[in-house]
Design a protein around this ligand. Structure first.
Ligand SMILES: *Cc1c(COP(=O)(O)O)cnc(C)c1O
Length: 423
């Protein structure tokens, strides 16, 4: 049963209620290894499902365009104060609807259309919004792309420096969606200073690790920091843009009225709740466990002959290169999903296959760590993955089904925030 319970929804719209319950069961029964996903707490779910969704609040606390902000103002202010305290930043804007609009706000704050922007290229682990060609950010600005090194799988900082000095981007992004290694914020900051560029750290994936002290912080190095709130930070779907006091006005003006209308107040409340949760000592333990689990899983996969981009991980994320395994990422991911192991196919650096059927699998440990799995479970997870990848190459569907049953059996001992099976 969903927690909080959904009695009115079941009455009013059993079709949707049924699918929500089924989705909850799916999340309960699967080993969720999608690196950008998590399980939020019932408290976050409750906050996100409140009457705050009824309220329009264009503007900022004390400067709104609609009346009736007696409670929304202090809620948003609390979310901001918690973000500032948790990350140690001078300014936070909690209104961006999601990570992509948050990043667009960074462009709006610092660039004019056509200005050069530098980011890690998408197939190397960067994000669409860092200037990739199909994104507005790649069409409306002039993208300059850096890569990872073929020999190390890590960002090529020499190339970053050379390109920055040659192309003089106005904005440099560090961070991405498929980076298994620590981001060297001080090194990026030095290059940005030399090149006269604004440095933006996109910590969407690692915000929770930073909050929990399991990854170095960009604060003091980056001029502006964007993040989603729903990945390792374990909040509702949403985003924040944080900055030094110097850039506060530009950031706020870019989010509203630059790009958005009314903020999603129910999401703001849920972000505030998630930030409170992330400031408690248990969250630091969680963040460290996420990384510990990823490291053990990476080692176990390596032992089984899997080739990992960069040879391992420093964070929550593992990028597997299946090139030597004789199977593409897509059929492997599909078989793994049938086996109750949910992840996504992903390009690997210098991928020779097409984006719709690339060579890699991306794995993350944020959600399974929330579920309560520890290092002791990781060798078994690696063994299951290996079994399914081999079964998929041989079209052995019975092995896939056997693993699905074993996964369900293991997970039945680990409660899921937000859903409990009927007794
Ligand atoms: C997930 C992600 C985003 C975008 O977030 P959405 O909420 O999906 O728009 C932006 N940047 C990075 C690095 C991400 O991983």
């Amino acid at each position: 049963m969903h927690e909080p319970a959904l009695p009115h929804l079941h009455d009013q719209d059993p079709e949707i209620a049924g699918m929500v319950e089924d989705e909850a069961r799916r999340q309960y029964e699967k080993l969720r290894l999608i690196a950008s996903e998590n399980y939020v707490s019932p408290a976050v779910l409750e906050a996100a499902g409140t009457v705050l969704t009824n309220k329009y609040s264009e503007g900022y606390a004390g400067k709104r365009y609609y009346e009736g902000q007696q409670l929304v103002d202090p809620i948003e202010t609390l979310a901001i104060d918690r973000a500032k305290a948790l990350f140690g930043v001078e300014h936070a804007n909690v209104q961006p609807y999601s990570g992509s609009p948050a990043n667009l706000a960074v462009y709006m704050a610092f660039l004019e259309p056509g200005d050069p922007v530098m980011g890690l290229s998408l197939p190397m682990g960067g994000h669409l919004t860092h200037g990739w060609s199909v994104s507005a950010t790649g069409k409306w600005f002039r993208p300059v792309r850096y890569d990872v090194r073929a020999d190390t799988g890590r960002v090529d900082m020499d190339q970053v420096r050379d390109l920055a000095l040659k192309e003089r981007p106005k904005l440099i992004w560090c961070g991405g969606t498929a980076i298994p290694r620590t981001i060297d914020f001080p090194a990026f900051a030095e290059i940005a200073r030399e090149a006269g560029a604004v440095l933006a750290a996109d910590i969407a994936h690692i915000a929770g690790l930073i909050a929990g002290g399991a990854h170095p912080s960009p604060v003091g190095h980056a001029d502006v920091i964007s993040t989603t709130t729903h990945k390792t930070l374990r909040g509702p779907r949403g985003a924040m843009v944080m900055s030094t006091a110097e850039h506060a006005k530009a950031v706020d003006k870019a989010v509203f009225p630059g790009l958005q209308g009314g903020p999603h107040n129910h999401t703001t409340a849920a972000i505030a709740v998630a930030l409170k949760e992330a400031s408690q000592p248990g969250f630091a333990t969680y963040a460290r466990q996420v990384v510990a689990n990823a490291k053990v899983l990476a080692a176990a996969l390596t032992d089984r002959g899997y080739d990992l981009v960069s040879g391992g991980t420093d964070n929550h994320l593992i990028l597997i290169d299946l090139t030597g395994k004789g199977i593409g990422g897509k059929p492997a991911a599909q078989a793994l999903d049938r086996a109750g192991i949910e992840l996504n196919y992903n390009a690997v650096p210098f991928d020779t296959r097409k984006p719709f059927d690339p060579s890699g699998l991306r794995v993350g440990t944020a959600a399974i760590t929330t579920r309560g799995l520890g290092e002791e479970h990781m060798p078994r997870v690696a063994a299951w993955m290996d079994e399914v990848v081999q079964a998929a190459s041989k079209q052995d569907e019975s092995a896939v089904e056997r693993v699905a049953g074993q996964v369900r059996e293991l997970l039945a001992s680990y409660p899921m925030p937000g859903w409990t099976p009927a007794p």
